[in-house]
Design a protein around this ligand. Structure first.
Ligand code: SF4
Length: 751
């Protein structure tokens, strides 16, 4: 079996309403058989947001492979190329960090934990004394465990009192969260993966599922190959594998998603496909939305987006006349211009048809990373724990009671600071300590050269990671972290399925789990509650989970029914229910909601009074915004659109997948995709080295002639080159960087 080329494996066709047949995928180190494995340790894959249930093979104290869990509701035993080949090789890589490092005389040198943590605590105390809580910034990940996020959230919000805490989830799922909050009042995935089995149409919006969530795509393919397959509609400027299967492929020009979405919403109105009774009973805002979308006729959409007007009406008819539509949305929308407004438009389509909360009628505002959901739930990003509203005094009082601290300690005078602003503050000097865990911003943030300058500047930078990443190389203190399989914790995938991942092996050398590292910092800083007791009252991941159950009780993401025991005996379990909003009751009441919302065009916040005046009180919001062109549009100097994305064989900045020989062989370096027409015009042949320049920088990579739209250049982001070129611009609501809407020019390197 070569799952590098046979990405989705064999087909198991199934028809509507039947259970997806199981198929167990397995990969072990060369020469090993299942019988030789010492033990199998339950977990789930952490190489994308799908969260496929798996078991880790352990032999002689080492992780030597993985096997899918046949009874898991997410994957029925399947694993994709990244899960199979990328899950374990990194763990025994000779370049793992095994001891802390501190910078001495410009060099990173090994030291013991007391020295490293002592240095951090000394700087931290001095900054708190001299400059207060706003001197501290935390930038975390979508790859830690729930228990780690919650512990960090309490340290940051109740120990230090800084609003400067965000995750790299800002880069991948901030818009998913924002769109759910704007439409329904709180985050939380309405649908679930079982909807694939029940739908009669699937719409994928900016979601290259075959390369990002390969196992979910296998599930879709199995429906497509079965009896009564669903109709597939693809919205993506590139001719992806989704487009190849689609009945309608809408390829909007890069940066025009919202115009297309407004056109689709308009078609529902003008063709009488709106369930007026349901909308009247369960939503607010329909008349304003009708007005906003009215100019977006199919011809106008065709003009702006460069698509065929007939394709717009055809896609809208499929949505408007199907009984069960499943929509999935990802980075093509989230990392684009007007991201939240475009993602909200997907929610609008479902709300207008009353198509929510029943089998097959689902929305999956997808996540990019495996544990991004937990970061949003636990509040180690720009949210408060339990989907609480920073602008609601009662929610702050609840947290203060829970943590036994003065409510004034918890930062809530403004929206929490988003990632790009945190780096700006570090650049300007108001943040003096920046703590980065399990992420590599030197590669993944836009305008990499600027980010490297900030990290290498005056700010005291702490990095905890598995390896000496590009970011770690610039740090003042580097802490060696334990990775997946080397620690215990829970995490929640994109359809709210929670898995317990048990420790399978010991971490190398002196590496510690992120949980232990955060506890060590809390101890060193001696954070106390109002009665003088230690602020963090838990010492094990399971106790942290118990604390989280209490923090989430009664909130939309209520974990109080879950426990380690239940997760051990049942495998993956969804919080909430299989589907949210089965009774068409939404978490939108002013006193309960996670946000009072924003103007989708400008990002201006809605006040409590304005929110109350809308009288949503359990009804969903229909919201919209007019289309505006992206901040960068092609010019004579930079005539091409520049967009970035992923490839199936790598994950993020390749910290793990780059250490897997089969994966790295399959995708060893970056490239630039050009259309045949553009390549011919520029005198470029497939494989030629080309120079891609944006207003910020230039990189040299080999060219690939593909079916990207003419006028567009695509570069995968995993390798670093792409973000040398991207711009520091973000969506006004979600604050997610617009990685996909820049401009560039291309020249052959020998010219
Ligand atoms: S689809 Fe995602 S979670 Fe599943 S095996 Fe592949 S990388 Fe892992």
């Amino acid at each position: 079996m070569d799952r590098i080329s046979d990405i989705w494996g064999t087909r198991n066709p199934h028809s509507r309403g039947t259970t997806w047949p199981a198929r167990v995928d397995l990969h072990l180190d060369e020469g090993l058989t299942e019988a030789q494995v010492d033990r199998w340790v339950p977990s789930a894959c952490v190489l994308c947001s799908n969260g496929c249930g798996c078991e880790i093979a352990v032999k002689d104290g080492r992780m030597v492979g993985v096997r899918g869990r046949a009874d898991d509701p997410v994957n029925g035993g399947r694993l994709g190329p990244k899960g199979l080949y990328g899950s374990t090789p990194w763990s025994r890589s000779p370049d793992r960090l095994t001891r802390p490092l501190i910078r001495e005389g410009g060099e990173l040198v090994e030291c013991d934990w007391d020295t490293a943590m002592g240095r951090i605590a000394e700087v931290s105390r001095r900054l708190l004394r001299e400059r207060g809580p706003l001197s501290h910034g935390f930038y975390t990940s979508g790859q830690l465990f729930l228990e780690e996020y919650y512990t960090l959230a309490v340290i940051g919000k109740a120990g230090i009192g800084t609003p400067h805490m965000d995750g790299n989830t800002r880069l991948c799922t901030a818009t998913a969260a924002a769109s759910l909050k704007e439409s329904f009042g709180a985050d939380g995935q309405p649908g679930c993966y079982d909807d694939v089995e029940h739908c009669d149409a699937i719409f994928l919006y900016g979601h290259n599922m075959p390369e990002t969530q390969t196992v979910l795509w296998a599930r879709v393919l199995d429906r497509l190959r079965g009896a009564d397959p669903p109709v597939l509609v693809c919205v993506d400027p590139r001719r992806t594998a989704v487009a190849a299967e689609a009945t309608v492929h809408l390829a909007p020009k890069v940066g025009t998603n919202l115009a297309l979405m407004n056109g689709l919403v308009r078609e529902l109105f003008v063709n009488g496909w709106v369930d007026e009774d349901w909308v009247g009973e369960h939503t607010v805002g329909v008349e304003t939305l009708r007005e906003i979308v009215s100019p977006y006729t199919p011809d106008e959409v065709a003009r702006i987006c460069e698509v065929e007007p007939e394709d717009v009406t055809k896609a809208a008819r499929i949505f408007g006349t199907s009984q069960r539509v499943l929509s999935t949305v990802l980075q093509g929308f989230y990392q684009s211009h007007q991201a939240t407004a475009s993602a909200v438009a997907v929610n609008n389509l479902h709300l207008l048809r009353g198509m929510l909360g029943r089998p097959g009628a689902g929305i999956l505002q997808m996540n990019g990373q495996p544990t991004a959901q937990n970061n949003r739930e636990c509040g180690a990003d720009g949210d408060l724990p339990g989907f609480r509203n920073w602008d609601n005094e009662q929610h702050i009082a609840e947290l203060a009671r829970l943590w036994n601290v003065d409510p004034l300690v918890i930062p809530h005078w403004a929206e929490p600071t988003h990632a790009l602003q945190i780096f700006k503050y570090a650049e300007e000097g108001s943040i003096g300590l920046l703590w980065i865990s399990a992420t590599n911003p030197a590669v993944s943030l836009p305008e990499s050269a600027r980010i490297r300058r900030i990290l290498g500047g005056d700010c005291f930078v702490v990095v905890q990671d598995l390896f000496r990443t590009e970011t770690a190389e610039l740090a003042d203190v580097v802490l060696p972290a334990a990775g997946w399989g080397e620690k215990t914790g829970t995490f929640t995938n994109a359809d709210r399925t929670v898995h317990l991942s048990e420790q399978a092996v010991s971490p190398p050398g002196e590496a510690r789990s992120d949980f232990e590292i955060f506890l060590g910092y809390a101890d060193a800083m001696d954070f106390r509650d109002a009665d003088g007791r230690p602020l963090i009252g838990w010492r094990t991941p399971e106790h942290a989970f118990e604390a989280w159950r209490e923090a989430s009780r009664g909130r939309p993401c209520d974990y109080s029914e879950l426990s380690y025991d239940r997760l051990r005996s049942s495998g993956g379990l969804r919080w909430g229910a299989d589907r949210l909003y089965t009774d068409a009751s939404f978490p939108s009441a002013t006193d309960f909601c996670e946000t009072y919302g924003h103007d989708l065009l400008t990002g201006a916040t809605v006040t409590e009074q304005e929110h109350r005046a809308q009288g949503a009180d359990g009804r969903a919001f229909l919201k919209g915004a007019p289309y505006h062109p992206a901040p960068e549009t092609p010019s004579e100097e930079f005539p091409l659109l520049f967009t970035t994305g992923r490839t199936v064989h790598q994950f993020h900045t390749r910290t793990k997948t780059g250490r897997s020989r089969p994966l790295n062989r399959a995708a060893p370096e970056a490239w630039a995709e050009l259309s045949e027409a553009d390549a011919a015009k520029l005198g470029i042949k497939d494989g030629d080295r080309v120079r891609v320049e944006s207003p910020r920088s230039a990189v040299e990579v080999p060219a690939r002639i593909t079916r990207v739209p003419t006028g567009t250049v695509f570069v995968p982001f995993h390798y670093g080159q792409a973000n040398e070129l991207t711009a520091t611009v973000w969506d006004p609501v979600s604050k997610q960087p617009a990685f996909k809407t820049a401009v560039c020019r291309v020249t052959p390197c020998n010219s």
